[in-house]
Design a protein around this ligand. Structure first.
Ligand code: SER
Length: 389
């Protein structure tokens, strides 16, 4: 099943169950919102989860692109991406968790053809904040899906304050033996869908108060499930990475973890640029800069003559088309190349400065401040150069 088909099947399934499709936003939050990027499908809906009536009613479905920098160090494993798409459903004070989980089970098994014997669920086992989520536990038991009870792992929030609640996660077995163990003990159980019973709001003092309505917020990582449905063993095996797989390994021979990092970060950078961000020293632009510098650091580690200018148009155009971005491929490539040149110049200057006798041996915090303030060499860059020497 192609990614586009997975998205269509998901959206239609929920439309048939009374959900209205809303347009996902770009990666950028609305003006005035302090976060840098949208990290979850629910983020643009926060005010409706907090009780404001949504113009399309209490049942919603969409696909939302998200960017998570919290997972940056995980990129290169089999399940994490920096920019990814999340399919989401919401009940804004309408139905309860039981209906959400039951539909989820129906879509995964009948709608997408997943063997029910390969599923495992987790639910919140209760703590000092709330009692155990017995309604979710019972639903899974009735469907014959094994359930594991956990604590923190089954509590979801989008930050230190705001809407939050216990969740129930659905895992798919990816091992090549029959399923064994449980999701917290064996990482061949891969999380595919999270259903959050969003009923609380956390206040700045850490206390919880009930939201004006009982909501459900679910999120399913598109590339992760698409890869599994396509028989792949990592998120990089799904069809959205085909154009990258076709070009990147022959252009730049890399070991698999480095190849994954390069594909993930470059594709993410293209989408971030497509949403109008430009490299900068702070904020969103700095996230973009970091992504590109990490790519270049990996590429230049083996061969300093490698250049983003050699990347063919196809993967760039494919990413822009997939995310329905209107930006010109040539514009995006120009931004990539300018940033490469800027980084190259900084690296050369940094190497000259660091070759001075004063910087032999370990650097103190004071040295790092001096290098930054006097020579414009950021700490990350200095550490990158030192690691290469
Ligand atoms: N907000 C939850 C998540 O991001 C469910 O959508 O996992």
């Amino acid at each position: 099943m192609k990614t586009e088909q997975l998205i269509r099947t998901f959206v239609e399934y929920f439309e048939e169950r009374g959900h209205r499709r809303i347009t996902g936003s770009t990666l950028l939050p609305p003006p005035g919102d302090p976060i840098l990027f949208i990290t979850a499908g629910m983020h643009p809906l926060t005010e409706y989860l907090e009780g404001r009536p949504h113009p399309l009613g209490g049942r919603l479905v969409n696909v939302q692109r998200c960017l998570r920098t919290t997972d940056l160090e995980e990129v290169g494993d089999t399940t994490h991406l920096t920019v990814f798409e999340m399919l989401g459903t919401w009940s804004l004070g309408d139905y309860e968790g039981r209906a959400s989980l039951d539909w989820g089970y129906g879509l995964l098994t009948e709608g997408l053809g997943i063997d029910p014997g390969l599923l495992h669920a987790t639910v919140h086992g209760g703590d000092e904040r709330t009692g155990p989520d017995t309604a979710s536990q019972r639903l899974w038991q009735e469907r014959g899906v094994p359930v594991e009870l956990t604590g923190e792992d089954n509590w979801w929030s989008n930050g230190p304050v705001g809407p939050c609640g216990p969740d129930s996660e659905v895992f798919l077995w990816t091992g090549d033996t029959p399923p064994i163990s449980t999701p917290t003990r064996d990482d061949r159980w891969v999380e595919v869908w999270n259903h959050v019973m969003m009923r609380h709001r956390r206040l700045p003092d850490g206390s919880l108060v009930p939201l004006p309505q009982r909501n459900i917020d679910t999120g399913l990582g598109v590339e992760r499930l698409a890869s599994l449905l396509q028989g792949g063993s990592s998120v990089f095996d799904c069809d959205v990475f085909d154009p990258w797989r076709r070009h990147v390994p022959s252009l730049w021979p890399l070991d698999e973890p480095s190849l994954r990092l390069v594909m993930d970060h470059l594709r993410s950078a293209v989408v971030v640029i497509g949403d109008g961000v430009r490299p900068a020293g702070t904020g969103r632009g700095y996230v973009l800069r970091r992504l590109l510098r990490r790519v270049l650091t990996v590429l230049w580690r083996d061969d300093p003559s490698r250049s983003l200018g050699d990347l063919p148009d196809e993967p760039v155009t494919h990413a822009l088309d997939h995310f329905r971005q209107r930006r010109d491929t040539a514009d995006v490539r120009r931004v990539l190349l300018e940033e490469e040149h800027r980084f190259g110049r900084l690296l050369r200057r940094g190497q000259q400065v660091l070759a001075r006798p004063r910087f032999r041996g370990p650097l103190s915090d004071e040295d790092l401040h001096y290098l930054h303030d006097t020579h414009g060499l950021p700490r990350d860059l200095v550490l990158t150069i030192l690691r290469r020497e």
